[in-house]
Design a binder for this molecule. Sequence first.
Ligand code: SAM
Length: 256
Amino acid sequence: MRFDLITIFPEFFAGPLDHGIVRRAREAGIVQIHVQDLREFTKDRHKTVDDRPFGGGEGMVLKPEPLFDAVEKLLGQSMGTAAEKALPPAGSAVVLLSAAGKVFTQETARRFAKLERIVFLCGRYEGVDERVAEHLATDEISIGDYVLSGGELPAALILDAVTRLLPGALGNEASTENESFSESGEWQVASGEQENRNRLASMLDYPHYTRPADFRGWTVPEVLIGGHHAEVAKWRKQQAEQKTRRNRPDLMPEIL
Ligand code: SAM
């Protein structure tokens, strides 16, 4: 899978993408990551990427031209005009990072992991000319209900979440199957109203423990030490449910 990160701060990505699973996925050729300097796609002497907002107001706004030019050059096709709009090639997405976008979830990560290519557009300043959201981006994505200074951290975060879902990215180290929000972590409600019977809840991960069994008097739950696999599985499911109810009641079906 190929990722392009379009940013006015290309140096930002030196570091965050050079460790752990993402580094190994790069080395194994599972992902290719290309950081693109937005200023390289400008046509004027000053390499201008921003301008004042129409209608007045604070700050500067990223201009549409360099962003359209960058995406078109990278994808090797025009993205069209108001008269005739064009979509990116099948298997590609153009993702605009935006606090005003749809909130990124594990489901979004799973959808993105099926693609061959994602181009990330990292905003800065007061944001990006709205025509980019409307006519260039296939997805306008927020990583949560707070405002950051730029789209670089959100892009790196999404890239990480998507990469670890790609076949081979985790090696033998771990599996994404039983993690928080995983599809197989979903469970069917066993009781309650008929119409709610098939509602699925996405549970958080169960608690993990490692050595020492006794740390400052805080001991590991007995059931994990007994070696009884069925009991361990039952306990983990109960704990996951309790934790989800406590930390993320919004994920639980109402009848529970
Ligand atoms: N004026 C914008 C607003 O109120 O929604 C905030 C702009 S923010 C200071 C600059 C850039 O940071 C945005 O264009 C976007 O790319 C990025 N950004 C900030 N918060 C984000 C979030 N929660 N998720 C994704 N990107 C975000």
